[in-house]
Design a protein around this ligand. Structure first.
Ligand SMILES: Cc1cc2nc3c(=O)[nH]c(=O)nc-3n(C[C@H](O)[C@H](O)[C@H](O)COP(=O)(O)O)c2cc1C
Length: 472
């Protein structure tokens, strides 16, 4: 698999990267350009960011094809979500543990003390109401304080001063649990942010793995060789030796700060994070700063889809294990539907009450990382002739098979997770259940028109030569 710099170079060679020499302001001006470029699914390199020492690169992974290119496919070779999922699943089974090395390019420049200034970095301020500049594409490295194991993830980080920042850990993250454990012991803890790392590590960091399942091994498996790690200057954390830059720090739980950033689902998200004091910055001599446009935007959403995929899979596996009557199940978790999950289950019902009973039982069930009700906004039950993977087919069933109002269930005041920003404090939010199955008495009347035997008839067997459309 290609490394970070090679992927940027490949994109430029293929005409997929805009190089911008005109000086840009990292506050709003650069994000406005990033939005246009990301919208075109192209990458960018801002050579000249006002007030900063480093250029900015981004948009490297804003469409699935780019993941394929990072993994070694060539232009035109199809590479879709199923291919990416398959590569990740294979790498989980064939992880390669990291390898410790004495030094690496990220140690070319070492800054400590007064030589540290976060304002030297070209960190964008994205949206009107954001609390300030946010590092969005850093891979955060920390140790589980209980087991000592290394853990990585993406954690948005607010710049607070020359040497102060706040690394946000959501309730879903392992990092949040490490924070809680360290705080309970009354200790500070080391953390490091790795900026501009191998695409394999970017993918692995986004993955939601069970606790203590090493993301570094997964990154090695995806990359096809061990991640090379080097020791931090001011802690025992191990960080990627060929990163563009490492920010080392110590998290101090005596100071916490509430902060706001526009999030992946298209709303502002308040978080509270402890303050981290930066203890060292190491970087390549010609380091590039990597950034991902926050908000509901292509690169954030495609990298984020790797994180949400784990949550979806965990929920499907847990629910199916509890309800064997489910013949097919899919969970939609897409920014275009908001931050909440929409679950669809297909059953071969034996009574008209069964779907609603099932909806209640699923909402009450465990869902892998969280209880189903906390993260699932809607459960739809369909007949087995509906394709649970095809959202349009599911919607068709909802609007074509439901006449009785009792088949729409509105469940009030359910405890929600933090990403449902409309949920009310202390009251939660509504949940929806829809029984989109045909009433048993309607099964003949509502049958879908099909051509008998159609699946056994192959057009190719009837054509002497393949038909070719004219260009006009
Ligand atoms: C661009 C991007 C930004 C993210 N920002 C955060 C964040 O601010 N806080 C957080 O907890 N998770 C964030 N996530 C999701 C986590 O990286 C993801 O859940 C990861 O698996 C967490 O790792 P952990 O559970 O090992 O701590 C972000 C993901 C992406 C792709």
């Amino acid at each position: 698999m290609h490394d970070f710099r090679t992927l940027a170079r490949i994109l430029e060679e293929r005409g997929e990267l805009y190089r911008i020499e005109t000086p840009v302001d990292p506050r709003f001006e650069m994000p406005a350009l990033m939005e246009q470029i990301d919208g075109e699914r192209r990458a960018y390199l801002f050579e000249n960011v006002k007030g900063a020492r480093f250029p900015v690169v981004g948009g490297l992974l804003n469409r699935l094809e780019c993941y394929g290119w990072a993994l070694g496919t060539t232009p035109g070779e199809p590479f879709g979500q199923a291919d990416l999922d398959a590569r990740i699943e294979a790498a989980k089974l064939n992880g390669i543990p990291p390898r410790e090395v004495a030094s690496g390019p990220v140690k070319e420049v070492i800054r400590r003390g007064d030589d540290i200034n976060l304002h030297d970095l070209p960190v964008p301020t994205y949206f009107e109401l954001d609390s300030g500049p946010f590092i969005t594409a850093a891979v955060g490295v920390a140790r589980n304080p209980t087991t000592g194991k290394l853990n990585v993830g993406f954690y948005r980080t607010l710049i607070l001063g020359n040497r102060l920042m706040a690394v946000n850990a959501s309730s879903l993250s392992d990092l949040r649990r490490f924070y809680q454990a360290a705080e309970a012991k009354g200790e500070s803890m080391p953390i490091a942010l790795a900026i501009g790392v191998s695409p394999a590590l970017l993918m692995a960091a986004s993955c939601k793995l069970p606790p203590d399942h090493p993301e570094m091994d997964l990154a090695g498996g995806l990359h096809g060789s061990a991640m090379e790690l080097v020791k931090c200057e001011t802690s025992d954390l191990m960080v990627p030796a060929n990163a563009e830059m490492i920010i080392e720090g110590r998290v101090d739980f005596s100071r916490k700060i509430e902060n706001v950033l526009g999030e992946f689902a298209g709303q502002y998200g308040p978080e509270t994070a402890p303050v981290t004091e930066v203890t060292a910055i190491t970087h390549r001599r010609d380091a590039m700063f990597y950034t991902i446009l926050a908000g509901r935007n292509p690169e954030h959403n495609t990298v984020g889809a790797i994180a949400t995929y784990g949550v979806q899979r965990a929920l499907v596996n847990t629910v199916r294990a509890q309800f064997p009557q489910i013949k097919a199940m899919n969970v939609f978790l897409e920014p275009k539907l908001g931050a909440m999950l929409h679950a669809v289950v297909a059953i071969d019902k034996k009574s008209d009450d069964e779907p609603r009973e099932l909806i209640k039982a699923i909402f009450a069930a465990a869902g892998g990382f969280f209880p189903v009700s906390r993260i699932t906004k809607r459960i739809i039950v369909v007949d087995t002739d509906i394709d649970v993977n095809d959202f349009q087919d599911v919607e068709w069933a909802v609007w074509s098979r439901v006449a009785d109002a009792a088949k729409f269930m509105v469940i009030p005041d359910v405890e929600s997770w933090e990403l449902e920003r409309c949920a009310k404090e202390g009251k939660g939010s509504l949940r929806i259940g829809i029984d989109a199955t045909m009433d048993i008495e309607d099964r003949e009347k509502l049958k879908r028109p099909i051509i008998p035997g159609a699946t056994n008839v192959r057009l190719a067997d009837y054509l002497k030569k393949p038909a070719r459309r004219s260009a006009a």
